[in-house]
Design a protein around this ligand. Structure first.
Ligand SMILES: [Zn+2]
Length: 319
């Protein structure tokens, strides 16, 4: 008789929160789901399970994303969430975002007021552009700080305004490059060679073992164990080489030409991949695979002149 046991995935929905959808960028009611892993015998759960993390699902676009439950001050039951406005939902579940939404509304109002005034402020147009550039950037500390300063626009003198606009433009440029690089990584990760080299490695393992079978002289414990060790090392080396060759081919034939075509900033691309390789929580599996090869990808990009190595680093190496 078999005893069927193992672990199974359990979920629980603590309720609805208000949050900004990472995909459609709108502030929406989000259905939060907690994920647990529980032991079972004959598919009957033994425990409540170990908490593994939470996801939220956007009601507008249906996208599902990892989330941190600690970001919310509460959860509303689904029925209650349907009866309140988005602002009320935020008040009860995510007051920090409500503050950001109000700040955005205030900035939009200021931009409108200045544009429609009788005596047009010479900076009015630049102010509107700055507000537009900062839209939805409040989820980043630096972005939020700039938006708070834009709210103080009326109190700034000409020099202060120019200074702030320059900072906003520099931030907007960086954010735009980072967004483009992230979108590009998402797209490229689907064609990244994930388990490359498995077949070659398997064949490499097999070759010494075939020798073992074919040559009777090797049929003793010393030759036998040497061959097994050789097969392991040989297989590993071949697998590694084949995998490197596949990734190199992919970088040279796909990543670089497509990145060039889209004007992707490869320095941002590598910076984001490094970050993802260190912070794997909630990262899509294919993107995680890609980030594991960040060092090899960096080396190939440097070789092809797509990333410039800093002068300081180069001179350090010379010393
Ligand atoms: Zn959405």
């Amino acid at each position: 008789m078999f005893i069927v046991w193992g672990t199974k995935h359990k979920t629980r929905e603590p309720g609805i929160v208000g949050d900004r959808c990472p995909t459609c960028r709108s502030v929406q009611p989000m259905v939060v789901t907690d994920h647990y892993e529980a032991g079972h015998i004959y598919w009957i759960s033994l425990t409540q399970g170990t908490y593994k993390g939470s996801t939220m699902r956007c009601r507008s676009c249906g996208g599902e994303f990892h989330c941190d439950k600690n970001d919310y001050t509460g959860f509303l039951p689904p029925v209650a969430a349907q009866q309140v406005s988005v602002d009320e939902l935020l008040q009860g579940t995510n007051p920090a975002l409500l503050e950001s939404v109000e700040m955005q509304a205030n900035l939009d109002l200021m931009a409108m007021d200045q544009g429609g005034g009788q005596v047009a402020d010479p900076d009015a147009q630049r102010f509107s552009q700055a507000v537009e550039m900062m839209r939805g950037r409040d989820d980043d500390e630096e972005g939020k700080a700039l938006m708070l300063r834009l709210e103080q626009w009326q109190t700034l003198d000409a020099a202060g305004r120019t200074q702030l606009l320059e900072e906003v433009e520099a931030y907007g440029d960086q954010a735009h490059r980072a967004d483009a690089a992230i979108a590009f990584i998402k797209q490229m990760s689907t064609s990244h060679p994930g388990y490359a080299g498995c077949v070659a490695g398997f064949l490499a393992f097999g070759a010494p073992l075939l020798l073992f079978a074919a040559v009777p002289a090797t049929h003793d414990w010393l030759w036998g164990s040497l061959l097994v060790v050789a097969a392991l090392i040989f297989g590993f080396v071949i697998m590694n080489r084949a995998s490197h060759a596949r990734i190199r081919g992919w970088v040279e034939r796909k990543l670089i030409p497509m990145g060039d075509q889209r004007g992707v900033d490869f320095t941002y691309l590598i910076g984001i991949l490094y970050h993802l390789s260190q912070n794997k929580d909630g990262v899509d599996e294919k993107i995680r695979d890609m980030s594991q090869n960040v060092e090899l990808i960096t080396a190939i990009l440097i070789e092809h002149g797509r990333i410039e190595v800093e002068q300081e680093e180069a001179s350090l190496r010379d010393v």
